[in-house]
Design a protein around this ligand. Structure first.
Ligand SMILES: *[C@@H]1O[C@H](CO)[C@@H](O)[C@H](O)[C@H]1NC(C)=O
Ligand SMILES: CC(=O)N[C@H]1CO[C@H](CO)[C@@H](O)[C@@H]1O
Length: 238
């Protein structure tokens, strides 16, 4: 009897381990409503969009292995029955992005979650520009925090700034998004780390957010790892 029970317990534990999932808790610390969104790159698709009032949070269970990104929209309205946002919009016409990505500029939080007992990778990316400050704090395990805690809109060079209808800056494009040149996008004959060094524009972002990706080959100072099995708190306007 006891041996059977032990067997069943072992089976239950390995089943639970086999479907390990990571919890992303997404918190809105901004003084206005935001609409976080996710885009799954590989793995099971999770909730693709929802609104958060100031100080509200929402948890998303993400079965590992998974890779994808999280960002947040703001300045959203449902005028004429179609949902759209002045920053980070995904063009779906709904609160859910349904597999559509952010229209740049948007601050991206990127994850690659492993299913085995190995390593998760995460970063904050400004490669597509900036729209909101964010922090990523692994819950437990002594893993490093990464963030872009500064409102870059406030100091965005005019040639990169995106304005809303009333003239407020609602995003700051990367030089790649603004000028679409190989030396800024690390494309064409600039598609290696050697031929695509930092530029004065990527350095502008790096100076404000030293832990975030400021251009495509910014890996060394911008990718963070944690052993698999941790949960993550993602706070907008930390
Ligand atoms: C980068 O350099 C270009 C060309 O010299 C200049 O026009 C631009 O203002 C600089 N941008 C920043 C953010 O320093
Ligand atoms: C300087 C500036 O305009 N910053 C803005 C960045 O975006 C947020 C959200 O709309 C505004 O509140 C800031 O004023």
């Amino acid at each position: 009897m006891e041996i059977q029970l032990l067997f069943l317990l072992t089976l239950a534990i390995s089943f639970i381990y086999g479907v390990h999932s990571t919890v992303f808790t997404i918190k809105n610390n901004c003084p206005y409503t935001i609409a976080p969104a996710t885009l799954t790159g590989s793995g099971t698709s999770v909730s693709t969009g929802f609104e958060l009032q100031p100080q509200a949070s929402n948890s998303i269970n993400t079965p590992a292995p998974w890779s994808g990104r999280v960002w947040a929209r703001f300045g959203c309205s449902n005028d004429g029955g179609s949902y759209s946002c002045s920053s980070g919009d995904c063009g779906s016409g709904q609160v859910e992005c349904n597999g559509a990505g952010a229209s740049p500029p948007a601050t991206l939080v990127e994850f690659t979650l492993s299913d085995a007992s190995s390593t998760d990778f995460y970063d904050v990316s400004l490669v597509d520009g900036f729209n909101l400050p964010v922090s990523v704090v692994p819950q437990g395990g002594g893993c490093p925090t990464t963030d872009c805690p500064v409102d870059i809109n406030a100091s965005c060079p005019s040639e990169l700034a995106v304005k809303d209808g009333s003239g407020g800056t609602v995003g700051c494009k990367s030089a790649c998004v603004a000028f679409n040149k190989p030396e800024y996008c690390c494309s064409g004959d600039h598609n290696t780390p050697e031929t695509c060094p930092p530029t004065n524009y990527s350095q502008f972002f790096k100076n404000l957010c030293p832990k975030a990706y400021s251009y495509a080959y910014d890996d060394k100072t911008s990718t963070f790892t944690c052993h698999t099995g941790n949960d993550y708190l993602i706070t907008f306007c930390p």
